[in-house]
Design a protein around this ligand. Structure first.
Ligand SMILES: [Fe+2]
Length: 291
């Protein structure tokens, strides 16, 4: 079975590279490690890149890169894809920072790249802008979240929670979720989430957004599934961006989350949430539908 252990990067197309770069560097405080006429590679701290911005006639997410566990080579992953009936395309030197990967389309047509190693290129965290810890998770709109959850189990992901039967959460490590899937009639990103260090960092991030004229759509509030404290806003292309902290830590050996004082159950195990109880544990009103 293919096994991955983290979300390496998210790939966006953009019609307005200049404004997107300004947002991702000046506002979010990320670092451009490499750039050519079409593409910018952006890092949160030390990876060559965690976000790829590609100039295009369209905007939105194209796909994402998942890093294979060290025990599995790209060639082995390619063989497994073939065994699974998926058409994997091995690429050598496909992009700066990654020497080899195997690419395929998932059941919704998102481009998934499985890579083994990535160069370390950026020098750490910026002292300006939001400067998040990392890209924490990617949430995608899909035709059928149940099918997507089953599909990604084949890559070493575990289903951690559900909102009813239309929003499935999955992890490939100890973070509550790394990917999640929302059943939708549209194929597009639901949101990308950046992890912050603590509550004070979350407040500082809202000051940073405010100074830059970016409005918060909703939050801060503590979610049910994952128990992360989150706010949401949009980047210049309209992609929804979540800033969060304090998400649940999954303990796969025990199929439970590390206990926290705000948990509803002891032990807190993967479960199905109702939409209203999941959106906010604090009753914070929100005007925009996030599901
Ligand atoms: Fe999220």
């Amino acid at each position: 079975m293919i096994k991955v252990f983290r979300l390496g990067y998210v790939h966006f197309q953009t019609q307005n590279m200049e404004r997107m770069l300004e947002y991702y560097t000046d506002v979010l405080g990320l670092t451009v490690t490499q750039q050519d006429s079409q593409t910018a590679y952006v890092s949160t701290s030390i990876d060559h890149h965690n976000i790829i911005l590609e100039q295009s006639s369209e905007s939105g997410v194209v796909g994402f890169g998942l890093q294979l566990v060290p025990e599995m080579s790209v060639a082995e992953a390619a063989s497994e894809l073939e065994r699974m009936g998926l058409n994997g395309n091995v690429k050598t030197d496909p992009m700066p920072g990654v020497s080899e990967l195997v690419e395929f389309k998932d059941i919704d047509g998102y481009t998934v790249q499985l890579f083994g190693e990535m160069e370390l290129a950026a020098e750490g965290f910026k002292k300006t802008g939001v400067a998040p810890n990392k890209v924490g998770h990617l949430s995608l709109r899909v035709q059928d979240a149940k099918k997507s959850v089953e599909f990604y189990k084949q890559f070493g992901f575990t289903n951690t929670d559900w909102i009813e039967d239309f929003f499935g959460f999955m992890t490939c490590n100890r973070d509550h979720h790394v990917l999640n899937f929302a059943t939708s009639d549209r194929k597009e990103m639901h949101h990308m989430a950046l992890e912050l260090r603590d509550y004070s960092h979350l407040i500082q991030s809202m000051d940073t957004l405010g100074r830059n004229g970016i409005r918060i759509l909703w939050g801060p509030s503590r979610h049910g599934a994952g128990h992360n404290i989150a706010t949401y806003h949009r980047d210049p292309d309209g992609n929804m961006i979540e800033l969060f902290t304090d998400a649940d830590i999954y303990v796969p050996e025990l199929d439970m989350f590390e206990p926290r004082p705000w948990h509803e159950n002891y032990p807190q195990k993967p479960r199905v949430w109702e939409t209203e109880e999941c959106m906010t544990r604090w009753g914070t009103a929100f005007e925009q539908s996030l599901v």
